[in-house]
Design a protein around this ligand. Structure first.
Ligand SMILES: *[C@@H]1O[C@H](CO)[C@@H](O)[C@H](O)[C@H]1NC(C)=O
Ligand SMILES: *[C@@H]1O[C@H](CO)[C@@H](O)[C@H](O)[C@H]1NC(C)=O
Ligand SMILES: *[C@@H]1O[C@H](CO)[C@@H](O)[C@H](O)[C@H]1NC(C)=O
Ligand SMILES: *[C@@H]1O[C@H](CO)[C@@H](O)[C@H](O)[C@H]1NC(C)=O
Ligand SMILES: *[C@@H]1O[C@H](CO)[C@@H](O)[C@H](O)[C@H]1NC(C)=O
Ligand SMILES: *[C@@H]1O[C@H](CO)[C@@H](O)[C@H](O)[C@H]1NC(C)=O
Ligand SMILES: *[C@@H]1O[C@H](CO)[C@@H](O)[C@H](O)[C@H]1NC(C)=O
Ligand SMILES: *[C@@H]1O[C@H](CO)[C@@H](O)[C@H](O)[C@H]1NC(C)=O
Ligand SMILES: *[C@@H]1O[C@H](CO)[C@@H](O)[C@H](O)[C@H]1NC(C)=O
Length: 889
């Protein structure tokens, strides 16, 4: 009844508008229109429509004029366009959609349609645009879509479509854009895709496609944009693809593709290239130099591959916006960083990432002149030298700045605070020095600040980013103080009223002390805090520690010659088979005292990887190891190869002097303790074992010390031991068993293990031997070179034969003296009991120590005790000695 009324009404409208219209045609249109109306109402019936967009779709309103989202043809009242994008519709797509046989455009993008795409879509033979993207469609791409032979644009991106791409799609010969990205499609790219002779855009990224890239894609002569990233494609890029001269954008990011880039890229190959994204694959070889001509190029990304060689000049790439070449093996053996300078011409550059390559050389000042649009500059993990240019402040839009793990020196310029939106600053693991610019606290966006492992000193602010101890990392800087308590830094000392003579006095005193060869246990530690606070006030020119401004290769032979007064004997601290150690004063910026170890080079082979290995050595950080500050590789004035390691200088004594102090005593500073007691010796033994354990097991390749002996164990005032002179094994004369034994002595007589004398390779077992001897020397007070040891006796046997009853007899008499004086303070009543107990306890400990020393120094390398086990057992001994653990527990 209602519908017949409607028919009459529409009929009258039609009759009034087109009085001459042929009655039969009108009635067929009306019938068709009724099918469309019913089909659309069926479409509406299965969706929920929170915004009420479909409320206008009712029986009484005019489909062509009143229904939202519907457009009809001008000549015939048939539905041509159904566009309900972004309408928050939920539900399934009704198969009745297939009845809209005049539909040209179906756009349901950005809704929440779920379920499968009905096969009935294939009945829409006039369809040109099908956009079902950004929905929740599941299941397969319906094969029948291939019947929509007029499709130009097929957009199904960002759904949950699964299964293989139907090979039948290859019959959509009019397709210009096919966008299937962000689904779960599997299988290979169908060979029928080679049929798309009009295709301009093909995007299938972010699926699970496998297999080789189809060489038939090379037939898509109109292709402008090919996007296949984040799949599992493998093999190489078929050469036919490189014949596609229309390509402007190609992306294969995140597949398993390999091969090299064709020469001609950006010039004869892909002459219109704008976006090139080959990141995260296995490509290798050089960047073709023709890329210099790719004047339309705006994004060039090849991160995370294994590209090698130099980066060509980019000066002509005036459209470049993003350059991502990080995590490759790119480098510049000549130390020239021209390509960085050439980027100055890229006035639109926003992102520069060269992190994690082998770039070396002095950071060019010209990076300050890069585009002010630059938001991200990431130059970390290379071998860049020089300092952070003051002009860095020109880059006012910087958001992320990273220089980490390079060899940069000098201070952080306070201009670094000019980019006010800076949010991440990574300059850890360099050799930067000076104070932390206070202005950093005013950068309100700054949320990640890593300054760790540099040589910064002075006060740490407490506000801004510094308030949040998880946002800042400051470890590995010895000179910092203050900051919020969570940072666990020492307090900054209040300023002393003394004048600026103090530091100078410290220097003069230490130099004097050194020259006369005294033990310098005194005063250094008590002076330094005062001296530091003075320094800030008085800007004194002289520092002892921390070391500043030294960088690899920056110190020449001449510098060291000058620093050590021509390697004069007055500066000689000690010498051994690996070289001689001198103290010296470097007069760079601030005067700095260092220990310079000049390596005894008998073989040029030693030098091969000196710098690279030094980088490893410099990464060594342990409280029981002296820090290597820098290295010098050069040619001396006679034209010989010269290599030296520069260590942090410690003013305190060494274990050798402390053990054998009475042997060559002349004048001592009266406050110095006269000998090491048992607890101190055990603590030192633990420290040294810890240091060895770290060297042996903390790195991919164990670092063998090779010359462990008491004079290489330096002691701080609190008797913390720090081992020096490590890591030289690689630079020692390389030997083969054919060479005469006089050449192959490594390490020092008495401490080097028997196998070294017989041509055995240096090993961690050798270090354990030296350690065992050192421990026995600490126990007995006898050097292994003592005159009492002849050809058939040695320190090891001497102790072994005394085990266990006579250990007390062979111990350093100073140890037993001490025990008596300490127990005499106990109350008289039970003094004897306590004393007996104490005596037994100490004796047990002495025996245990002797056993460890003997076990470490046995003849057969592999039979020696493990250093980790040594640490554990010595800790037990210490606990027993201090009474925190019972005997035999
Ligand atoms: C529309 O198509 C479906 C199947 O595709 C059919 O069952 C239905 O009858 C049609 N609707 C109308 C109103 O003709
Ligand atoms: C049908 O839709 C039209 C247009 O929105 C509206 O004016 C009319 O009230 C609706 N009729 C019914 C019965 O819902
Ligand atoms: C799909 O296409 C086939 C012909 O290839 C046809 O027989 C079938 O009816 C179509 N299915 C639908 C639901 O339209
Ligand atoms: C993908 O589609 C969902 C659902 O419509 C939408 O919320 C999301 O923003 C889309 N993602 C992208 C990247 O367009
Ligand atoms: C599409 O290509 C395939 C092979 O790639 C071919 O067999 C088929 O005939 C082509 N289809 C059309 C409609 O051209
Ligand atoms: C690139 O590779 C590095 C390691 O080489 C890795 O840490 C990084 O996460 C990779 N980048 C991406 C985006 O996967
Ligand atoms: C880089 O820019 C400078 C100044 O605009 C210009 O003189 C120079 O020719 C440019 N270099 C190249 C290779 O285009
Ligand atoms: C920086 O911040 C401190 C306190 O957080 C404030 O006292 C000082 O005025 C600020 N300086 C500038 C230049 O904004
Ligand atoms: C501190 O910094 C960390 C790391 O940047 C961040 O996750 C955290 O939310 C910050 N906490 C506060 C209180 O700002």
């Amino acid at each position: 009844m209602e519908s017949s009324c409607l028919v009459v009404r529409i009929w009258s409208v039609f009759m009034s508008l087109f009085p001459l219209m042929i009655i039969t045609m009108a009635s067929s249109n009306l019938r068709a229109n009724k099918v469309e109306r019913l089909s659309l109402l069926a479409f509406k019936a299965v969706v929920s429509d929170p915004l009420g967009i479909l409320s206008s779709w009712n029986y009484s309103s005019n489909l062509c004029h009143e229904w939202r989202g519907i457009t009809c043809g001008r000549r015939r009242p048939r539905v041509k366009v159904l566009d309900l994008r972004s309408s928050q519709l939920k539900g399934v797509l009704s198969p009745h959609i297939g009845n809209l046989s005049f539909l040209r455009t179906l756009n349901l993008r950005r809704n929440s349609f779920t379920g499968t795409i009905p096969q009935e879509v294939g009945r829409l033979s006039r369809l040109q645009v099908l956009n079902l993207g950004d929905n929740l469609f599941k299941g397969y791409i319906p094969m029948n879509i291939s019947h929509c032979s007029n499709l130009h644009y097929l957009f199904l991106a960002n759904n949950s479509l699964t299964g293989e791409i139907p090979i039948e799609l290859g019959s959509l010969l009019k397709l210009q854009e096919l966008i299937l990205r962000r689904n779960n499609l599997i299988g290979e790219i169908p060979p029928s895709f080679g049929n798309f002779s009009s295709l301009k855009v093909l995007s299938m990224k972010e699926n699970n496609l496998r297999g080789l890239m189809n060489s038939r894609l090379g037939k898509l002569k109109s292709l402008r944009d090919l996007s296949l990233g984040t799949n599992r494609l493998s093999g190489t890029i078929p050469p036919s693809i490189y014949n596609l001269s229309s390509i402007q954008h190609i992306s294969v990011v995140g597949n398993q593709l390999h091969g090299t880039l064709p020469s001609g890229l950006g010039y004869t190959i892909f002459p219109k290239l704008q976006i090139f994204q080959f990141q995260m694959n296995r490509f290798s070889g050089p960047i073709p130099s023709t890329i210099s001509n790719a004047s339309y190029l705006s994004r060039f990304g090849i991160s995370n591959n294994t590209f090698t060689g130099k980066v060509p000049s980019l000066a002509r790439l005036s459209n470049l916006v993003r350059l991502e070449i990080d995590d490759n093996n790119l480098g510049n053996e000549d130390g020239e960083l021209d390509f960085l300078s050439s980027l100055v011409n890229c006035t639109g550059l926003e992102l520069l990432d060269i992190n994690g390559n082998n770039f070396q050389g002095v950071l060019p000042e010209s990076i300050s002149n890069l585009s002010t649009k630059l938001k991200v500059m990431s130059l970390g993990r290379n071998q860049l030298r020089g300092s952070i240019p003051i002009g860095i402040g020109n880059l006012i839009n910087l958001f992320v700045l990273s220089f980490e793990e390079n060899l940069l020196t000098g201070p952080i310029p306070s201009s670094i605070c000019k980019p006010s939106k800076l949010s991440s600053l990574f300059i850890n693991h360099n050799q930067l020095s000076g104070t932390i610019p206070f202005c950093l606290r005013n950068l309100t966006w700054l949320s990640r600040l890593d300054l760790s492992f540099n040589d910064f000193e002075g006060e740490v602010p407490i506000d801004g980013v510094f308030r949040n101890s998880t946002a800042v990392c400051l470890v590995g800087n010895r000179g910092l103080c203050g900051g919020v308590t969570q940072l666990n830094l020492p307090l900054c000392c209040s300023e002393s009223s003394d004048g600026s003579l103090f530091p100078l006095w410290t220097l003069v005193f230490s130099v004097f002390s050194l020259a006369v060869g005294s033990i310098l246990v005194l005063c250094y530690h008590c002076c330094v805090p005062l001296y530091r606070s003075n320094k800030r006030k008085a800007k004194a020119k002289v520092t002892v520690i921390p070391l500043l401004d030294l960088s690899l290769l920056k110190l020449s032979y001449g510098d060291l010659l000058k620093a050590t007064d021509g390697f004069s004997s007055r500066n000689l601290i000690g010498s051994g088979s690996s070289g001689s150690v001198y103290w010296g004063v470097l007069d760079q910026q601030e005067e700095t005292i260092v220990a310079v170890k000049v390596l005894n080079l008998q073989s040029s082979r030693a030098s091969r990887s000196f710098v690279a290995e030094c980088k490893v050595l410099k990464s060594i950080r342990h409280r029981n190891l002296v820090k290597l500050v820098t290295a010098c590789s050069s040619i001396d004035f006679q034209g010989n190869e010269f290599k030296a390691l520069v260590f942090e200088f410690m003013l305190d004594g060494n274990l050798d002097e402390m053990l054998h102090y009475s042997a060559h005593t002349v004048v001592r500073v009266p406050t110095v303790q006269v000998h090491l007691n048992l607890i101190q010796r055990v603590n030192i033994a633990i420290d040294v074992a810890n240091a060895l354990d770290y060297l042996h097991s903390h790195f991919h390749n164990p670092i063998v010390h090779c010359d462990l002996k008491p004079s290489n164990v330096l002691l701080e005032k609190d008797m913390t031991a720090r081992v020096c002179d490590f890591g030289l094994a690689t630079y020692l004369p390389h030997t083969s068993s054919l060479e005469s034994s006089s050449n192959i002595i490594r390490g020092s007589i008495g401490y080097f293990p028997p196998e070294y004398g017989m041509g055995g390779a240096v090993s961690t077992y050798g270090d354990v031997y030296s350690y065992g001897i050192l421990l026995l020397e600490m126990l007995t007070g006898k050097r292994p070179t003592d005159d009492m040891f002849t050809d058939d006796t040695n320190l090891h046997n001497f102790v072994l034969m005394a085990l266990p009853e006579r250990v007390k007899e062979i111990c350093d008499p100073l140890l037993l003296q001490e025990k008596e004086s300490s127990t005499s303070t106990k109350p008289a009543s039970n003094r004897n009991d306590v004393q007996n107990d104490e005596t037994r306890r100490v004796e047990e400990c002495l025996i245990s120590i002797a056993r460890i020393g003997v076990a470490c120094s046995v003849h057969l390398p592999k039979a020696r005790m493990e250093i980790g086990k040594v640490v554990a057992e010595l800790r037990v001994i210490r606990d027993v000695l201090t009474g925190t653990r019972m005997l035999r527990e």
